[in-house]
Design a protein around this ligand. Structure first.
Ligand code: SME
Length: 175
């Protein structure tokens, strides 16, 4: 076997092992989120527990927070979060990654924030960001926002996991 092929196989195994571990973790994370949501706490303490848990579990999640539509205003208001406090507690629709998701109703994965013109910086350490909207009966009521200090850390696993989290949080906001 050539050196090149051998190297390729080692890399492939590393990748499979990593994926396997991620999947194991994802099951555990999903179960814990379900437990938090079905617990007897208030909505706010459940959302805080979700932020704390995700930040703690996933090494490249350095800031995890929820923004929700601020009443009838065309703006988002920061709710629960884990990580460094931010000045951006109110974000007008259309502004930054969060404000764009409020209008687009789509996931926004930013692997490198320096490539975004419409971006609100929450600190020099942040290199990437993922924002997933929360829907109640088809209406975009808010979002989960995650900042990472790593470049290019997100995969489809993050989108799937966070869509699951958002669907669970949506249950807390149904009338
Ligand atoms: N970077 C976000 C602002 C919120 S902070 O990440 C906490 C944005 O561009 O909308």
């Amino acid at each position: 076997m050539s050196f090149h092929r051998e190297f390729e196989l080692i890399l492939q195994n590393l990748f499979i092992e990593r994926k396997y571990k991620e999947n194991m973790n994802i099951n555990f994370i999903r179960e814990t989120i379900e437990d938090i949501v079905s617990s007897k706490k208030t909505t706010s303490s459940k959302q805080q527990a979700i932020c704390d848990f995700l930040e703690n579990q996933i090494s490249y999640y350095h800031w995890v927070g929820f923004y929700f539509k601020n009443g009838d205003k065309q703006e988002l208001k920061l709710a629960e979060f884990t990580g460094e406090p931010t000045d951006h507690t109110i974000i007008p629709f259309g502004k930054g990654i969060c404000g764009q998701v409020a209008l687009s109703n789509k996931n926004f994965v930013v692997q490198d924030v320096t490539e975004q013109e419409n971006y609100i910086s929450c600190g020099w350490k942040v290199k990437s960001e993922i924002v997933i909207p929360i829907f109640v009966e088809g209406e975009n009521i808010g979002q989960i926002d995650i900042d990472s200090h790593d470049s290019n850390p997100f995969s489809e696993h993050d989108e799937l996991l966070l869509e699951f989290v958002c669907a669970k949080v949506a249950e807390l906001h149904k009338n």
